[in-house]
Design a binder for this molecule. Structure first.
Ligand SMILES: NC(=O)c1ccc[n+]([C@@H]2O[C@H](COP(=O)([O-])OP(=O)(O)OC[C@H]3O[C@@H](n4cnc5c(N)ncnc54)[C@H](OP(=O)(O)O)[C@@H]3O)[C@@H](O)[C@H]2O)c1
Length: 333
């Protein structure tokens, strides 16, 4: 039985990208398990842009306190249990934190969800298509109210959330245009995932290309990035379009994340709706069933970028901001 734990604890609030030492690797003995507790071994960590916000400030969740284990999603397996709700071998997802082991006590159980073993499917699916990203895409697209023949533009399109958003758009019969940071990512979107077009926003003429790829204007902007990308897409919107403000990753690393003019929202009578996936917890099972079915029938495909080793988690977080991942970014502990 394991006696030592390794944890990444927040030592300082990053400025820009994470610097060495913002997260510090600490080894400490595991306390003995008490009645009402279960010990879980973390197998995979979900690396998410929101972690950068949790490091910096209070938002929809309080900021991680200096010295605390860095908050993150993860997939874990119960290795020892004196908890009434868990037995050895149970597999769970939830806020595991960046660490090798965690102890779940009586009050902590509600923050974890048991997940089944699906034959021939990697457990990491519970952090991607059937995890927060797939669920975010699903409920965000419910806000978008896609209709057949409409044009949907999604930014950070080759990421964990955007790649599922676009595929749900195709399932609803939309023309889907993705925006991503490399030609390789764009090729994946159009050749493998069935996007109608994908624009590399790092090319100098990307704005003209985006306009050409949306000849009927844009009805839905699924916004994951903000800043110049959002402004450009807003400029192409049709009357009564919908803007789903899912994320603004271009601002997460900056001191002043203020977004430029939203005047287009006013003059075009756009419906803009922000959302946080946690509002939909009671409907997660419904969405997971639908996503699982789409995945099984090949209507949704996914990709993962897997980084090995807990100590690589800080580099992995930075990859989200430099575009180093395609699809779901995971740390294999
Ligand atoms: N509202 C919610 O409840 C909720 C839940 C989950 C996620 N989100 C949001 O959804 C968005 C995507 O999250 P994810 O977990 O799926 O991550 P992801 O898309 O898998 O990874 C982030 C991607 O964003 C792109 N990116 C980073 N900085 C950028 C910049 N300055 N300009 C343009 N693109 C940039 C990079 O790809 P490129 O190579 O294309 O640049 C990177 O791979 C984030 O904004 C996140 O906060 C919101």
């Amino acid at each position: 039985m394991a006696t030592m734990n390794r944890q990444l604890r927040l030592q300082s609030r990053p400025k820009g990208l994470l610097a060495p030492g913002d997260l510090q690797l600490v080894e400490s003995p595991l306390p003995e398990l008490q009645d009402g507790q279960a010990l879980a071994q973390v197998k995979y960590l979900s690396i998410d842009p929101t972690m950068r916000i949790w490091m910096a400030m209070d938002s929809y969740l309080p900021a991680v306190a200096i010295g605390d284990v860095m908050r993150s999603g993860g997939f874990a397996e119960i290795v020892e249990s004196r908890h009434p709700d868990y037995k050895k071998g149970d597999r769970i997802t939830g806020l595991t934190g960046l660490q090798n082991y965690l102890i779940i006590d009586a009050s902590g159980g509600k923050f974890f969800q048991k997940v089944p073993k699906i034959p021939f499917v990697s457990d990491t699916i519970f952090l991607g298509v059937l995890g927060m990203n797939g669920l975010t895409a699903y409920f965000g697209m419910e806000i978008a109210q896609p209709k057949k023949g409409e044009t949907l533009v999604v930014s950070a399109a080759a990421g964990a959330t955007g790649s599922v958003v676009g595929q749900i758009g195709k399932i609803h019969g939309c023309r889907v245009v993705g925006i991503a940071g490399t030609d390789e990512k764009c090729n994946w979107l159009t050749k493998d995932l069935g996007f109608d077009a994908a624009i590399n926003y790092k090319l100098p003429d990307w704005k003209q290309k985006l306009a050409a790829a949306t000849p009927n204007g844009v009805d839905i902007n699924f916004e994951n990035v903000g800043g110049e990308i959002m402004q450009t897409v807003l400029g192409l919107m049709n009357l009564h379009g919908r803007v789903v403000v899912c994320g603004l990753i271009s601002g997460y690393n900056k001191e002043d994340p203020a977004l430029a003019s939203l005047a287009q929202v006013l003059v075009k009578r756009l419906r803009v709706e922000g959302f946080i996936i946690l509002d939909y917890v009671p409907r997660f099972m419904e969405a997971a069933k639908q996503l699982g079915q789409w995945k099984m029938f090949g209507k949704i495909k996914d990709r993962e970028t897997i980084v090995e080793g807990l100590e690589k988690a800080p580099d992995a977080i930075n990859m989200l901001f430099t575009g180093g991942n395609t699809g779901k970014l995971i740390v294999k502990v």
